[in-house]
Design a protein around this ligand. Structure first.
Ligand code: ZN
Ligand code: ZN
Length: 255
């Protein structure tokens, strides 16, 4: 399994892209950088998209990605009923942008919508996927994704403290950290993690599973790079040299 962090951040600038991950070039997790992070040829390879929730930084490129695909092919979009409704009501609504779940025609739309429910495994682009509820301002699911060779990762989406880890032990954790430790109150209010809060989650995982897989940190606010780099380093040291990596836009990891 190859994981590419198309975008690693919660804010966009000329030097930072919104959160979006790509597994083996074909399965996208969140859509914050699906067009800003991929060439047209790479976009054509994507077969399915999983959305963790409908906050704008996670769905933004659905519109631009879908318009490029419209009339050329259909692809699968997986999310909860609520997130699919938010996307089709507020973004792909025929006002802001075409109804890409109905066009070019309802029998073969650009996006085939697949409502999913937490805890019920499903297949997407040939991967076994299970959604796990996490704690955020709106209903949000993390995803456990497993390939046919048995390699797996768990991506949290946006979450505050209190993760219920999947029973299975993934080979890679992709977790959010949004702000530095001194802004913990803001994170707790909005349902996000700081490095300090992440440390407690990882300690919980280690206790439950008896091991700690490498962890990739995404959704980090690029305005606090220096502070977050230092604090993530402190977390790694506090967990006995755990492998913690701040994701960079375009970064590739092989599992
Ligand atoms: Zn969010
Ligand atoms: Zn977000």
């Amino acid at each position: 399994m190859e994981l590419r962090a198309l975008g690693a951040h919660n804010l966009e600038s000329a030097g930072s892209r919104l959160v979006s991950l790509l597994v083996d070039g074909v399965l996208a997790l969140d859509a914050g950088a699906l067009t800003s992070g991929l060439t047209f040829a790479e976009q054509r390879r994507v077969q399915a998209i999983l959305l963790t929730h409908h906050h704008f930084d996670h769905i933004r490129d659905l519109a631009t990605f879908g318009l490029t695909a419209m009339g050329q092919r259909s692809l699968d979009l997986y999310a909860t009923e609520e997130t699919l409704a938010a996307v089709t009501t507020h973004l792909l609504n025929g006002v802001l942008y075409p109804k890409l779940h109905e066009r070019p025609n309802p029998q073969a739309p650009t996006f085939r919508l697949h409502p999913i429910a937490a805890g019920q495994p499903f297949a997407a682009a040939g991967y076994a996927v299970t959604a796990y509820p996490v704690r955020h301002g709106i209903p949000t699911n993390g995803y456990l994704v497993e390939d046919k060779a048995g390699k797996s990762l768990f991506y949290s989406g946006d979450t505050g403290p209190g993760l219920d880890w999947p029973g299975q032990s993934p080979d890679l954790l992709v977790l959010e950290v949004t702000l530095p430790n001194r802004l913990e109150a803001t994170c707790l209010e909005a349902g996000h993690l700081t490095p300090g809060l992440l440390a407690r989650e990882l300690a919980g995982f280690q206790k439950r599973q008896g091991r700690l897989p490498p962890t990739l940190v995404v959704h980090w606010n690029p305005q606090f790079e220096e502070e977050l780099t230092r604090e993530i380093g402190e977390v790694a040291a506090s967990l006995g040299g755990a492998k913690l990596l701040l994701a960079r836009d375009g970064m590739r990891l092989a599992l």
